[in-house]
Design a protein around this ligand. Structure first.
Ligand SMILES: [Zn+2]
Length: 164
């Protein structure tokens, strides 16, 4: 995969609440259409954060512990197991591999069939590409192989990278 557009950021989007220097690369979540009842809930809950919808969203997403929804194979509920995926990148003549371990997937208890959540994998690939671009920006020497932990990527702290 060729990495293009290094250094691209939120561009000219308006930023509120945080000084630019505090968060040099910022992104905007997509606009969400809500029902009247949902916006009522949203406003009241944001009231607990000084009316800041941004603070509410940050807190809610950080607190949320995701898990795969139930899935069925052979007439029975599948179990969730962890797998890993590797993503190759090339920059000029250099090749790199970034592996994400502990990605949850379904496995059938009977036949062993593995079923992945394609949207989740697409999100992982997007995030890994972003992490790799960040490594390019921050470090002079990127190891040929890097391992990231899915569970760490779920939080806002910097993920530990292990080179192998
Ligand atoms: Zn099965």
């Amino acid at each position: 995969m060729m990495v293009n557009g290094i250094g691209e950021d939120g561009g000219n989007m308006a930023r509120r609440g945080r000084p630019k220097s505090d968060n040099p690369r910022s992104f905007t979540v997509p606009e969400v259409r809500l029902t009247r009842e949902e916006i009522r809930m949203f406003k009241l809950k944001a009231g607990f954060f000084g009316g800041s919808t941004a603070a509410l969203i940050r807190r809610a997403v950080e607190s949320f512990t995701p898990q795969l929804q139930e899935n069925v194979c052979c007439g029975e509920a599948m179990e969730v197991v962890n797998t890993e995926e590797s993503y190759p990148f090339s920059v000029g003549d250099e090749n790199y591999m970034v592996t994400v371990k502990n990605i949850p997937v379904w496995r059938c208890r009977k036949c062993g069939e593995i079923e992945v959540d394609l949207m989740l994998l697409a999100a992982v690939e997007e995030v890994v590409t972003e992490e790799f671009e960040q490594m390019l920006l921050n470090r002079k020497n990127i190891p040929g192989e890097t391992v990231l932990d899915f569970n760490e990527l779920l939080h806002t702290g910097a993920p530990q990278t292990a080179s192998v």
